[in-house]
Design a binder for this molecule. Sequence first.
Ligand SMILES: Cc1ncc(COP(=O)(O)O)c(C=O)c1O
Length: 428
Amino acid sequence: MSTLALLGGKPEIDRELLPYRTIGEEERRAVDRVMQTGELSGYVGAWCEAFDGGTEVRAFEAAWAEQFQVGHAIAVNSNTSGLIAAVGAAGVSPGDEVIVPPYTMSATAMAPLIYGGIPVFVDIEPDTYCLDPNLVRQAITSRTRAIIVVNLFGHPAALHELRVLADEKGIVLIEDNAQGPLATERGRLAGTIGHMGVFSLNYHKHFHTGEGGVCTTDDEDFALRLRLIRNHGENVVEPLEIEDATNLIGFNFRLTELSAAIGTEQLKKAKSLVARREEIALRLSRVVEDLPGLTPPMVREDCRHAFYHWGGRYDEAETGVSRDTVVRALAAEGAPVWQGYVAPLYLLPAFQRRVAIGRDGFPFTLSDRTYTRGLCPVAERYHDSELLTVGVCSYELDDDDVADVIAAFEKVFSNLPALSNRAAEGQV
Ligand SMILES: Cc1ncc(COP(=O)(O)O)c(C=O)c1O
């Protein structure tokens, strides 16, 4: 095998990998169709037929509800908006606690703050990188109003277990399923096992509308509240004679007709897009299983992983080479790899310097919580030294690309002694 690119050899992938692209002729035709109508949004922010959007939004929602086997699909303009709507619909009020994982995109933990809720960070499981249900149980207090669980990288969290726990405690389980469309746990689709689910349609996801999102629920009351928060609900509390108007000061979270038309086309391709990501990831996992010091992502029994990212666990103690050196060696071979994902969210300035962020400590006015390093040791460990990801949703990988990515892994991991020596000499 040739010398590592990091040590002057030829890289396994010496070409630019193409960015992941799911948009084609069908989406272009759908956009043209809407453009010809001139009606780029069908919403009116007052009680009338158009309160729930135009024909494209409604058609998209109906298609989504059918595909995801769920009672209601409510299109929004991002997953972030969807999370805010879901937290609002759950009735989260100032001082209420919302359990969240620290290892996720920041919007998960910011959504409760909009309503004066207090994010309570609970650590992740070491094998799935998702909320640890045992620690969630211990963290529930009389102030807990909701749990936001994230199906990180596309692997379902312990969703059924968390739903049973939430029902037992009378709290609301919201799934942030931005990364896990068509993942399943015990045969049920992720995003539909909690009381509400939220999906992202941003450009980076398996399928997308540029920006966008969808909330799902089987509950009539949550569905209505999600619709009201999406579109200036304050205007329809009276005409609809809604008694409990908690959090019904609405927003403009409306998806355009153009985006909805694209979404309907993307949805038709969803199964094959996710299946391809899964195929690539499992191919890589089968090879990585035999490499020293790297454990492929677990796919728990009874689960389907949607593989937004392929996230492996790297063990520096076993190889004697730092993760940083290995990732640099892989990147030098042209492999699309990253390390660490995000720092645990409680380390963000929003939590560390919160008095400086809002006047009088807002939005933490009602919280005396402290968010210190060490709060979630598993997430910290993964971020600091153990997680290594491959962007299976970031690049348009054909079979040759996949073979070359695998060859890059095999090359780097069979050259660990050389890397270790060079690292000891301070040369890499
Ligand atoms: C887990 C998670 N939550 C929330 C978001 C926010 O999604 P959006 O960009 O659609 O608002 C993302 C986006 O990457 C995400 O991965």
